[in-house]
Design a protein around this ligand. Structure first.
Ligand code: CU
Length: 121
C-alpha cells in the first residue's frame, strides 16, 4: 500500500513539472502565501499560475475587511514572468486581506479565485 502512495505522489510531481499539459491557469502559489500570517506589511502580492496569462484580461485586487481597495491599482505581468501577476500594496495595518484574481490564460480560458492572508497584530 505504501508503495502505491509513493507512486501516486511521484506521478503528481511529474504532472506539476509540466504545467503546459494542464487545461487552464489556476493559482499555483503566491507570496504572501495563501492563508498565511505575516508579521510585516508586504509591498507587493505576487501570484504564480499554472499557465501563462493574457495581460489584457488578467487582474488582481486586494481589499481589507471593509471591502476597501488597499492595492495600488498597478497589477502587471512582470517582464520574464508570463505566468506571474503582481500588484503593489499600500502600507497595511494588522488585519485580514482578501486577494481576488481573475485571469485569462493563453489558451483563452478564464479562471478566477480568492484567498486571504493576515498581517499579525
Ligand atoms: Cu484552459
Amino acid at each position: 500500500m505504501r508503495k502505491i502512495i509513493v507512486a501516486l505522489v511521484a506521478g503528481a510531481a511529474v504532472f506539476d513539472a509540466a504545467p503546459l499539459a494542464r487545461a487552464h491557469a489556476f493559482l499555483d502559489h503566491a507570496i504572501p502565501a495563501v492563508g498565511s500570517s505575516v508579521s510585516a506589511s508586504p509591498r507587493v502580492v505576487t501570484l504564480w499560475f499554472t499557465q501563462d496569462l493574457e495581460p489584457a484580461f488578467s487582474n488582481v485586487t486586494v481589499t481589507n475587511d471593509s471591502g476597501q481597495r488597499v492595492d495600488l491599482s498597478n497589477a502587471q505581468i512582470p517582464q520574464g514572468g508570463p505566468d506571474e501577476l503582481q500588484i503593489g500594496l499600500k502600507p497595511l495595518t494588522p488585519g485580514t486581506y482578501l486577494v481576488s484574481w481573475h485571469v485569462v490564460s493563453v489558451d483563452t480560458h478564464p479562471t478566477e479565485g480568492t484567498f486571504t492572508f493576515e498581517i499579525k497584530p
